[in-house]
Design a protein around this ligand. Structure first.
Ligand SMILES: Cc1cc2nc3c(=O)[nH]c(=O)nc-3n(C[C@H](O)[C@H](O)[C@H](O)COP(=O)(O)OP(=O)(O)OC[C@H]3O[C@@H](n4cnc5c(N)ncnc54)[C@H](O)[C@@H]3O)c2cc1C
Length: 503
C-alpha cells in the first residue's frame, strides 16, 4: 500500500476548483489553443500541466493513493473537461472506465500497486482493446487468441480503433482461449499489457486519420505478446459477465462526458442568440430559436438526472452486468442529445458556424462517433426492446403503458405518458420497430430519472420543460412505431431511374 497522496487530502471541491483553474489557463490564456486542439495528439506541455493535477486519481482506490473511485468525483472531472474539450474528457473516460475501473475491480492484488503508482506519479495512461477489423459490433466472435505458455500467456491478434493507440502505457486486451485442437473458447479473457515490459510492446501498423477527436490517436494494432499469468483479470463468474459489467459501467459514465459538452452548447447558444441582432431584434425572440434552445436545455436537465443516478448506482462495488436497459438508455440517448445539441448550435451560428474553429461544428464531428463506439446506438436501442419484451412476456403484459407503470425504471413517471403508450406490442416486429420501441423506452426511463431529480430539489421550471420536451419526442417515436412500412433499398436501382433520360 502506498501513502495517501496530496490529491487524496484535498476536498473534492478544492480539487475540482484547482483542476478548473488549470483548464482555464490552458484553454483560454495560452495562444493558439484552437489551433493546437485541432492538431494530432495533445501538445506535450498542455497535457503535462493538466496531468499535474492528477485528474486520474479519481479513478484509483484510496488504499493505492487515489481519491477512491467515487462516481460523483469521476463524473465531476469528466464534466469539467468536456466543457472545454470533448477529446480531453474522452481521454479521461477511456482511462477511468475502460482501464482503471476494471483493474481496481478485477486485477490481482499483486499487480495493482505498481500500475496505480505509475498512473499517480508518472502520468501513465491505459486503454481497452476489443474491436478487430472484422469484428466490431460482432465483438464476441473476436479472433485474438490467448494460449498458456508456462507461467505466461501468449496473446496474438489484430485490434483496431483503440483510443490512445501508440500513446497508452497499459492496455487491457480482450481475447479468446485457444485450445490445442485450434478451436477458440466462447468466453472472453482480459489481460493487462504493460508496453514498457519486454515481449509486451504493441506494434502500431497504421495510424488512422480520424476526422474529429483529433488529439486522441487511433489506429491498427498488431498484438503478439507474452503476459505473465498474474496480469490476467479474475472475473467473479465468466469473462462475458465481466465484459458486460465493464461496458455497462462505462455507459453509465457517458453522461459525465455529455454534461460539460451539452452545458457548453447551451451557454454558447444562449450567448449567441441574445447578442446576435437580426432585423433589429436578437435572434432569441424568434419562436423557432426558442424551441431549438429549449431542446438543448432539456438535454442539460436529462443529462443532470443521469449523472445523479450514475453517481449513486454505478460504483465498482455494484455489479452492473444485468443493467442493460438503464445503461443502454443512458448511453444511446445522451449521445443522440450531444449530437443534436451540436447540430442546433451550428445551425444557430449561421455561416460562422461552418468555420472549422466554431464550437458547434467541432462539437458535431467530435460527438458523432459517440453514437457508434461502445455499442452502436441502433444496436443498443434494439437490445433495450428485446430485454423489455422478455420481461413483458414473463409478466404476460403486452400493453406497453401497463407494463411501464409497474416497471422499476419507469413506474414513477409512466402515468404521465399513459395515453400515448396505451397500445399492444407486436412480438414479431421488424428491427426498425424495435429501434423505435427502444427509443421510446429509453425516453421514459430518462423521464423517470428527471422526475427523481425533481424530488432531490432541482429547479422546477427546468424539470417541467424537460418532461414536456421528452413527451413531444415520445409522441414522434410512437407515430413512427405505428407507421406500417416495409420499404427496403433496391440494390439494382439504376435501370429506368434517370430523370435526365426522361426529358
Ligand atoms: C472514435 C472511435 C473510438 C473508438 N474507441 C475504441 C476503443 O477505445 N477500443 C476499442 O476496442 N474499439 C474502439 N472503437 C471501435 C468501435 O467500438 C467500433 O467501431 C464499433 O463497435 C462498431 O464496429 P465496426 O466499426 O466494425 O462497425 P460494424 O460492426 O461494421 O457496424 C457498422 C454499422 O452497422 C450498423 N449495425 C451493426 N450491427 C448492428 C445491429 N445489431 N443492429 C443495427 N445496426 C447495426 C450500425 O449502424 C453500425 O454502426 C472506436 C471507434 C471510434 C470511431
Amino acid at each position: 500500500m502506498i501513502t495517501p497522496s496530496i490529491t487524496e487530502r484535498a476536498t473534492f471541491s478544492e480539487f475540482l476548483k484547482s483542476f478548473n483553474e488549470t483548464l482555464k489557463n490552458v484553454f483560454y490564456e495560452r495562444d493558439d489553443m484552437d489551433k493546437l486542439i485541432q492538431e494530432r495528439g495533445f501538445p506535450a506541455l498542455v497535457l503535462q500541466d493538466i496531468m499535474a493535477n492528477n485528474p486520474l486519481s479519481v479513478g484509483i482506490p484510496k488504499e493505492y493513493g487515489g481519491r477512491g473511485t467515487e462516481v460523483k468525483e469521476i463524473l465531476g472531472i469528466l464534466e469539467a473537461s468536456s466543457y472545454e474539450s470533448l477529446p480531453l474528457s474522452l481521454t479521461f473516460g477511456i482511462n477511468i472506465a475502460l482501464f482503471l475501473g476494471p483493474v481496481a475491480k478485477y486485477a490481482q492484488e499483486t499487480v495493482k500497486e505498481n500500475v496505480f503508482t505509475r498512473f499517480l506519479t508518472q502520468q501513465n495512461m491505459g486503454g481497452l482493446m476489443i474491436t478487430e477489423p472484422d469484428y466490431g459490433s460482432d465483438a464476441l466472435n473476436m479472433q485474438t487468441t490467448n494460449a498458456r505458455n508456462g507461467s505466461n500467456y501468449h496473446i496474438k491478434g489484430t485490434k483496431h480503433w483503440q483510443g490512445l493507440t501508440g500513446m497508452a502505457d497499459y492496455w487491457l486486451i480482450t481475447s479468446r482461449q485457444k485450445y490445442e485442437n485450434g478451436e477458440l473458447g466462447r468466453d472472453i479473457d482480459f489481460f493487462i499489457c504493460d508496453v514498457q515490459q519486454p515481449y509486451q510492446s504493441i506494434r502500431v501498423e497504421e495510424y488512422y486519420n480520424n476526422m474529429g477527436l483529433c488529439p486522441i490517436p487511433y489506429g491498427k494494432n498488431f498484438v503478439d505478446i507474452q503476459v505473465p499469468e498474474q496480469f490476467k483479470l479474475e472475473p467473479e463468474s465468466t469473462g462475458l459477465k465481466l465484459l458486460m459489467d465493464l461496458l455497462h459501467r462505462s455507459r453509465y459514465q457517458f453522461p459525465g462526458m455529455g454534461m460539460g459538452f451539452i452545458r457548453r452548447m447551451l451557454d454558447e447558444a444562449i450567448n449567441h442568440c441574445t447578442s446576435r441582432i437580426i432585423g433589429g431584434r436578437p435572434l432569441m425572440v424568434l419562436d423557432q430559436v426558442q424551441h431549438q434552445i429549449s431542446k438543448i436545455q432539456s438535454a442539460f436537465t436529462i443529462c443532470s438526472a443521469m449523472c445523479l443516478r450514475s453517481s449513486v448506482h454505478s460504483g465498482i462495488d455494484n455489479n452492473l452486468a444485468s443493467e442493460t436497459v438503464e445503461a443502454n438508455s443512458m448511453k444511446a440517448y445522451i449521445t443522440d442529445l450531444m449530437q443534436e445539441s451540436a447540430q442546433t448550435m451550428t445551425q444557430l451560428s449561421g455561416a460562422n458556424g461552418y468555420k472549422a474553429e466554431s464550437i458547434g461544428i467541432r462539437g458535431i464531428v467530435d460527438s458523432r462517433p459517440f453514437q457508434i463506439f461502445e455499442g452502436s446506438n441502433e444496436m443498443l436501442y434494439t437490445q433495450i426492446s428485446e430485454m423489455v419484451l422478455k420481461l413483458m412476456i414473463r409478466q404476460k403484459t403486452m400493453n406497453l403503458a401497463e407494463f411501464l407503470m409497474g416497471y422499476k425504471l419507469t413506474k414513477n413517471v409512466a402515468d404521465h405518458f399513459k395515453s400515448m403508450l396505451n397500445f399492444t406490442i407486436d412480438m414479431k416486429v421488424l428491427q426498425r420497430k424495435s429501434v423505435d420501441l427502444g427509443k421510446i423506452i429509453s425516453r421514459v426511463v430518462s423521464a423517470n430519472l428527471v422526475a427523481d431529480l425533481e424530488t432531490k430539489g432541482f429547479r422546477q421550471d427546468l424539470i417541467g420543460n424537460s418532461l414536456e420536451t421528452i413527451k413531444h419526442e415520445i409522441s414522434m417515436f410512437v407515430s413512427s412505431y405505428k407507421f406500417q412500412t416495409r420499404v427496403v433499398p433496391i440494390e439494382e436501382y439504376r435501370d429506368s431511374s434517370s430523370w435526365l433520360s426522361l426529358c
